[in-house]
Ligand binder design. Structure first.
Ligand code: 5RP
Length: 267
């Protein structure tokens, strides 16, 4: 048993219920100043208390997060491409030494199955796992599939299984039809990405279906920080993941927080 590895994983996936709420704010690494994240500190500060962990780049960690905060960091360590070019052309962008200095609880890297640089990203994953194993730092693989490939159980299931086979400790993917099949064929914990902004109710349904289907939780970004009430939204997501509330109950939490913040604004 690798005690450090187990301990770090337990900070991300809470041992009490084996569930996790991860706040994703790493979008700028290929999207630049994403809507809602223009000032990362302003976005992150009110949301951190409601997240179990936060996923971000080292640049935003250093510049926009108070080192006194007590939440595990999932550090994005892959990059090198922007939306203007071939997205799969990524490499490892952070050394293991810096991950240790920054006291990260996990390292996140994207794999692009079915894309031009599939092999390179898969080999990077394997190398990162080797480094992580040396120091007890888990690796979260983020699955992306080729541009022309459907985000369905066949391709996402393939990507998740490959991530697990190469040694990833957690895999992040998208929710899809027949999601339970993906879970059954993946021997490591699966966390679901929120995806593009949708109406709040839909994002809560996605959260509910993901955990019901066997995911440990969600790693959600835009559906939280681009919401008209980000704090209400993360509270609602958290209630589904950790308190097993229904979508209807969660939506009430979001609406309640939205109403309260409108009242405060009105003075
Ligand atoms: C991008 C990522 C993002 O963290 C991920 O997509 C989650 O954010 P969102 O909920 O906005 O999709 O890994 O590669």
């Amino acid at each position: 048993m690798n005690w450090g590895m187990e301990n770090r994983l337990a900070r991300i996936i809470k041992p009490a219920d084996k569930r996790a709420v991860m706040l994703a704010v790493d979008h700028g690494y290929f999207l630049g100043p994403t809507s809602g994240l223009e000032d990362p500190r302003q976005t992150i500060e009110p949301l951190i208390p409601h997240a179990d962990s936060i996923m971000l780049t080292r640049g935003v960690l250093r510049t926009s997060v108070d080192p006194n905060f007590d939440k595990p960091v999932v550090l994005r360590v892959s990059g090198g491409a922007s939306i203007l070019k071939e997205l799969s052309n990524e490499d490892i962008t952070v050394s293991i030494d810096d991950c240790i200095r920054l006291n990260v609880s996990a390292m996140a890297l994207s794999i692009f199955v079915g894309s031009e640089f599939e092999k390179e990203t898969l080999v990077s994953l394997a190398k990162l796992v080797d480094e992580g194993e040396k120091y007890g730092i888990p690796v979260l693989a983020v699955t992306a599939v080729g541009k022309d490939m459907a985000r369905d159980v066949r391709y996402l299931g393939l990507a998740c299984r490959i991530a697990a086979e190469l040694g990833a400790h957690i895999v992040k993917t998208y929710y899809c039809d027949e999601f339970e099949q993906l879970i059954e064929s993946c021997p490591i914990p699966v966390i679901v990405a929120g995806g593009k902004k949708t109406p709040e109710l839909e994002a809560l349904e996605l959260t509910y279906n993901s955990v019901k289907g066997g995911a440990v939780g969600v790693d959600m970004g835009r559906n939280i920080f681009q919401s008209d009430c980000p704090v209400g939204m993360i509270q609602a997501v958290r209630a589904i993941v950790h308190d097993n509330v229904s979508v209807k109950e969660a939506y009430k939490i979001y609406e309640g927080a939205k109403g309260a913040s409108a009242k405060r604004a009105a003075g």
